[in-house]
Ligand binder design. Structure first.
Ligand SMILES: Nc1ncnc2c1ncn2[C@@H]1O[C@H](COP(=O)(O)OP(=O)(O)OP(=O)(O)O)[C@@H](O)[C@H]1O
Ligand SMILES: [Mg+2]
Length: 403
């Protein structure tokens, strides 16, 4: 269970277990601002029932609840990966039963999927999680209505869980679903309060010294408190709190290096701790200008995140999600970059979500010739990238000698 999410975890588990054991088709709509643990919690809750590593090869698994076995189908789709909104039906079908060749016609694939959901070729219950559901919004929201309306057919054996943080979605979609007799259960992830953020950071830091009763290693408790307080009053986004923690630790490291203190001499117990002045400094730095915000956020990125961002910046144009993924996979296959490894598509999408949440890329759902297309553009330019990948030779190779 994620710290500080006990109520949400219980509600989620009860909903899923009740749906499986009763066989009653129903839907759940999860909303909440970015970085409040929606994706993390749903994956954690489902991992208690389903082997998520096996799900790509075994989408229908046997789940034991109260000594009874149930056949449960599971599909997780990040809707950002859907190039055309209407393809969601094919995607669900393909994930749920890879042996069924999905039709290219929208009506056919809807019909086949509905048959699969009602029939023997899927689970006694099929859990379909649609993350970033707002990416499926079309002008008339027809696709979303259709999906949710399937949960009104008692025979369809569908447990539909939609996740979104778009406020617009809550205002527009939910009332319309309700007016039309579709009554999804709802679960709201509220932004973390200061005490929650503090608890989460403390628990993460304590993992560094398991079994120790000495409080938090590397950070003075007041520093953690200040970070939690400032982040809670800002957005409640945990990713930001993690960024601040990491940056302030780096600041301490720099200070020690400037004094020529060999860091290796310290242990986790004896190391100097990050104090409130470090946290305050990082916050003031982050708040100075938008561009310093970019560099502060960027400095925390993993090499894969930087790599994907760099591939996008190098393209110097707006790309569709698939174009970007193709460029990423082709570039990764180049012997120069093979060392970096290749992310699976869902991991790639998680990276994009992170880059979007810290405002480094923009992901937009646009409609071109009545077809919805997800487009990705970089918010940062080549210049911003210089500082970001300047010290990493393998990434510099992407730009030849430019950066
Ligand atoms: N209660 C928690 N305890 C520990 N870590 C958490 C907790 N909640 C979230 N996290 C971590 O914070 C980060 C952001 O969480 P997550 O991706 O689940 O947010 P989200 O609500 O899905 O955001 P978005 O709306 O942007 O998709 C992840 O690294 C996640 O593991
Ligand atoms: Mg998420």
């Amino acid at each position: 269970m994620l710290p500080a999410r006990e109520a949400e975890a219980n509600a989620l588990k009860n909903f899923i277990v009740e749906t499986i054991t009763s066989g009653k088709t129903q839907s759940l709509y999860i909303s909440g601002p970015p970085g409040t643990g929606k994706t993390a919690q749903i994956r954690l809750t489902l991992s208690e029932l389903i082997d998520l590593d096996e799900v790509y090869t075994h989408p229908v698994q046997c789940v034991e609840i109260d000594s009874k076995d149930y056949k449960v189908g599971y599909v997780y789709i990040n809707c950002m990966s859907i190039t055309r909104t209407s393809m969601i039906f094919q995607e669900i079908l393909k994930s749920l039963n890879p042996k069924i060749a999905s039709s290219t016609s929208l009506q056919d694939s809807k019909d086949v999927l509905l048959q699969v959901l009602k029939g023997q070729r899927s689970g006694d219950m099929n859990i379909v999680v649609l993350d970033e559901l707002d990416k499926l919004i079309t002008t008339n929201q027809q696709i979303l209505f259709e999906l949710f309306s399937w949960c009104c057919f008692p025979q369809s054996k569908l447990c539909l869980i939609g996740i979104s943080n778009s406020l617009d979605m809550i205002d527009r979609l939910l009332p319309r679903l309700k007016i039309n007799g579709m009554n999804p259960h709802t679960l709201n992830f509220l932004p973390y309060g200061a005490e929650h953020i503090e608890q989460i950071i403390v628990e993460k830091l304590q993992l560094l010294t398991p079994g120790s009763k000495q409080g938090t290693p590397l950070f003075h408790p007041a520093a953690v408190k200040l970070c939690a307080k400032k982040c809670a009053s800002n957005s409640g986004d945990l990713r930001r709190a993690f960024d601040i923690i990491k940056n302030s630790f780096e600041l301490l490291e720099l200070e020690l290096k400037a004094k020529d203190t060999p860091i290796e001499q310290y242990t986790l117990e004896t190391a100097p701790t990050v104090k409130i002045n470090h946290i305050a400094k990082v916050f003031s730095r982050v708040n100075v200008t938008a561009s310093s915000q970019i560099s502060s956020a960027s400095s925390n990125l993993t090499i894969q995140q930087k790599f994907i961002l760099a591939v996008l910046v190098r393209a110097e144009s707006v790309l569709t999600l698939n174009e970007l993924y193709n460029q990423y996979t082709t570039t990764s296959a180049n012997p120069d970059f093979k060392l970096l490894g290749l992310l699976k598509k869902h991991e790639f999408l998680e990276v994009l979500t992170t880059l979007e949440s810290i405002n480094l890329v923009k992901v937009q759902n646009t409609v071109v010739k009545k077809v919805s297309v997800v487009k990705v553009s970089a918010v940062v330019g080549l210049r911003d990238l210089e500082g970001l990948i300047g010290g990493i030779p393998i990434l510099q190779r992407l730009f030849g000698s430019v950066v």
